[in-house]
Structure formats: C-alpha cells, structure tokens
Design a protein around this ligand. Sequence first.
Ligand code: AMP
Ligand code: ZN
Ligand code: ZN
Length: 384
Amino acid sequence: MSAHDNYVVMVSFDGFRWDYADLYDTPTFDAMARNGVRAIRMIPSFPTQTFPNHYTLATGLYPDHHGIINNSFYAPELGGVYRISDRRKVQDPDAYFGEPIWVTAEKQGIRTASYFWVGSEAPVRGTHPTYWKTYDGSIPYMERVDTVIRWLKLPMDKRPRLILLYFDEPDHSGHDYGPVHPEMGKVVEYLDEVLAYLRGEIADLEYGDRVNLVVLSDHGMASVSPQRYVNLYDHIKPRWVEHITGGSPVSLVDAAAGCEDSITVSLNKVEGVMAWKKNEIPARLHYGSSPRFPDVLLMADSGWSIGTGGDPSVYTGGTHGYDNAFTQMHTIFYAEGPDFRKGYVQPDFPNVEVYGIVARLLELKPARTDGDPARVSGMFSTPD
Ligand code: AMP
Ligand code: ZN
Ligand code: ZN
C-alpha cells in the first residue's frame, strides 16, 4: 500500500427508496449530491429483496448467477432451506457463488473490512474480509461509524482500503409504516445525521481527501393492504405443490410432477398475482436459470400480497420484492470523493454495475460480471 492510494467506504441503508431524499429532509444526502454524484435511480435486481441485492452489489452478478436467488430458497445441497434467519446457512460458503469485491481485493493484496455486509460472514472462496463481524442488528448506528473510523485510523500496514457498512433502516420502519408516513420522515432524518457524522469524521482524517464515499441501498418500498391479498390455496390445490419457499410478494414453487401448468393457468386468471414456469419468465428479470430455481415463479402485482392462508391483516405497511421495473422498488446511489465528478447526475443504471465501480476505484482487475462499465463511466473525474 502506498501513501497515495485511495480508499472506498461503501454504505448501505437498507430499503432506502429512490425518492426518500425528495420526500424527507436530508441535508447531508443533498450535500453529497452537490459535491459528487447522484443517480436519478439505481435499479435493483429481481427479486427486490435484501439478500439477493446486497450480494449482487458485492459481486456484479444477477441473483440467478450468484446463488442467493431469494431471502429464502430450497437448496438440498445446503441441507434444506436457506433462510436469512438461519445463522448456519448465512455463514455457509457453499451458499454463495461468484466473487465478492472483498475477495477480489484481498486476492490482489488489498485489505478489506465489512460491518455486516451480506455474504461477508461466510468464507466465500476461502476468504473473509480482514475485518468482519457476525450480524447483530442491535449495535447502535453511531457505534458502527466509530468502528469504521477506527479501522481507517489503523497503521498503514493494517488499514483496510475498502470498508463496507450496513444499516437495516429505513427498511425496518418502511415495513411497519409504509414508505410515506411521518414516522418515516423521522427515521430518514436520523439516517441523514448518521451519514453526516460519518462524512464529518472522514473529512477530519489526515487523508480524508483520498476517501471515496459511496452511499446506496438494495431496493425501495411499496404500500400494501389486506384488501389486496390473494390466498393462493383459494385457486390452486395444495397437492399440486411439492415445496413453496419465499413468501410475499415472491414465492418459488417446486410443483408436484406434471402440475406446473395447473398452477400457472389457475393463478394467471386471478387479479393480483402472476405465475411463470421456469422457462417462460420474462428475460428482463434475468431469473430462472439458477440451478437452485425450482419450477414456478409466483409474483404479486405491485402493492398486492400473496400467501397460503392465515390472517391477511398482516399485510399492512410496506413491502418489497416486486418486479424491478416497478418504480417504487428503485433505490439510491450517491458518491463523492477524489475519483468522482462534482454535481454529476447519473442516469438510471442497474445495480450489477456497483462491483465494477468499486473495482475501478481500487484499481483492481475485476472478475467477470453482468455489468457494462460504459453505463456508469460518466460519473468518474479520473481516467480509467
Ligand atoms: P428483508 O426486509 O426481509 O428483505 O430483510 C431485511 C432484514 O435482513 C433486516 O431487517 C436485517 O435484520 C436482516 N439482515 C441484514 N443483514 C443480515 C445478516 N448478515 N444476517 C442476518 N440478517 C440480516
Ligand atoms: Zn433490504
Ligand atoms: Zn425489507
């Protein structure tokens, strides 16, 4: 590491919809846009869920290519259903395909650190970030920032040049209140303060002018209502279904032998839900080719919920997971620092580009991705 190398700090605020900075008071986000890059919208990958998208951000691969095809999916080779609440599965390196950016960096001699980024708790390809933590959502946000700053103040031979940092808000409140609600304003304004603290501490570092700060998210949020609910078993027979994983708004179905057509034909007559057989999923979703994909994809229509019985009153507030063409699923991308233009507005782009952006900032030789760097080349102030 040389005294002139640049750093990258990449922060995710889970479920930060593309327009929250317009709906709520966010002076720090606005200052970042003036002093750097703001994308109009970053387009998440399908399904617009937390684990698939954070791991897409880390690898530049669509969920179909990186293995985390939903927040839960049936994977007999991992010993059953992968679930984000199952610590053993989350920490199993065999769950994760592709090469996350911290592995690319570590392989090329650059130290990395992760404060809760999806995938970093597993030794993917035998490699953890140099510094990483087991997920614990109760750690106060400001304490996470303090740790990141401590990492940036380590002696040069121990200091990471790439730091990833995760916060589970505003997603959590977005589920409770829906995206447009006075309580959401309070949460987003607090996140703006967290960002202000991080940004101020970075500016105070001796080499703060060599830190590129990237702030983004995994997906947006849409309002749901018990009035827009489809009970799948009102329309299909339980014996047509071998396994069903996921939930609302995306479920993955292993059909009983020969029952794929019965499921799709029956559900496609129903308002609020769409069903596709594996080979008929629209190409724009880049979905269904993973060896982990079963037979049928079920997707609720925008703002609708699907389930297999139970109390529909749980479908209040907000959710995500829908079609990534649905604008309310779109999310944020901000960046500032020595390698970014100032006041640049980046047109919409897919989140498979983020791995390549970070690889470029750190001058890494990238692994193969689903991205096309030409889509985002306008955001840089420095030549490739
Ligand atoms: P969801 O809204 O269901 O897509 O998932 C968001 C939730 O994922 C957050 O509220 C976090 O609690 C949880 N989460 C994020 N990262 C991790 C992790 N590394 N391990 C376990 N849970 C996580
Ligand atoms: Zn999320
Ligand atoms: Zn969520």
